[in-house]
Write a new protein. Sequence first.
Length: 300
Amino acid sequence: MANGARRSRRTLGAALAVAALASAAAACSGGAEPPRGAPAPAAGQQAPAAGALNAYLEKVRAQRAARVVAAKKWGLAKPPLEAPAPPVTKPKITTRKGFETDGEGLPPVFTTVPTKEKVVFLTIDDGSDKDPELLRMMKELRIPYSAFLSDYVVNDDYGYFAGMQKNGVTLNNHTLNHRYLPALSYGTQKREICGMQDIIQKQFGKRPSLFRPPYGNYNEDTLRAARSCGVKAVPLWAAEAFPDHMEWREWDQDLHPGDIVLTHFRGKEDWKGTMPDMIRRVMNVITSKGYAVAKLEDYV
C-alpha cells in the first residue's frame, strides 16, 4: 500500500508538472495555444526538474518567436500552427472507395490519412524548379513536406534535393520519366517505378516506401510493379495548391483532417508566381482554416 501510494503521488506530480509546463508555455507565448504533443513523463517517473522545465520553456519561446519573425519575413498572414506529436501507432491506411483494382495485397491508394487531428500533409511533385528560396523559406518556417521526384527533371542537380533531405524532407518516388503509366506494359511500368527506387537509393541513401503515379493515374500493373520494388503505399491528393488559387477534389471545396495537399516544383515560366508565392498562398489557406501541416511519413 505504501509503495502504491508513493507511485500515485509521483504520477500526480508528473501530471501537475506537465500541466504547469503547458500553462507556462501558453503564457510565455502571449496566451496562444500551448504546444501540442509535449511528451508527458511515464507513470512512475519523476517530474522534470525546474531547470529542465525552464530550458524547455525557453526553447518553446525561442521557436515561436522565430516562427513569428519568419512568417513576417516571408509574407504570411499568420505564423503556421504547430502540429501535434506524431501518433505512437500509425493509422491503418486502406484504399479509398472507388480507387480499387481487382488485385489483392497491393499498396493502398488514398487521398486522406485517417486521423481526427486538424492536420494536413503538404507534398511537392516532379522537381523541375529548384528555387533556393524555397529551401530557406521552409526551413525558417519549419514547415514539413514530402517530395515526390521524377529523375528526368532532377538529375541535373541531385545536390539541391540532397540539401532538402538534410532539412528533414523525405524523398519519394514519382517515376523516372513521368509517363502515363496505364498505357504502358507491366515491364515498362516496373522499369519506370523500380528504376526510380534504385536512383533514389543510390543518390540519397534510402529506398522510398511511398510512390505517386504521374497525373494520379494507375492500374493494377502499376500497383503490382510498385509492390515488387518496396512501395508500401500510394498517396494521391485531396487538394492542389497554385500561387493564385486552390483546386479541390471534394464536393465541399474544403480541407478535412488528414487531407493530402499536392503542389509542384514550378516557377514563373510555368505558373503565375514562384515557389514562395505558392507556399504563401497554401499556408494562408491552411492556417486560416485552423490546420497545421504535419509530416506525411509520420502517419503512413
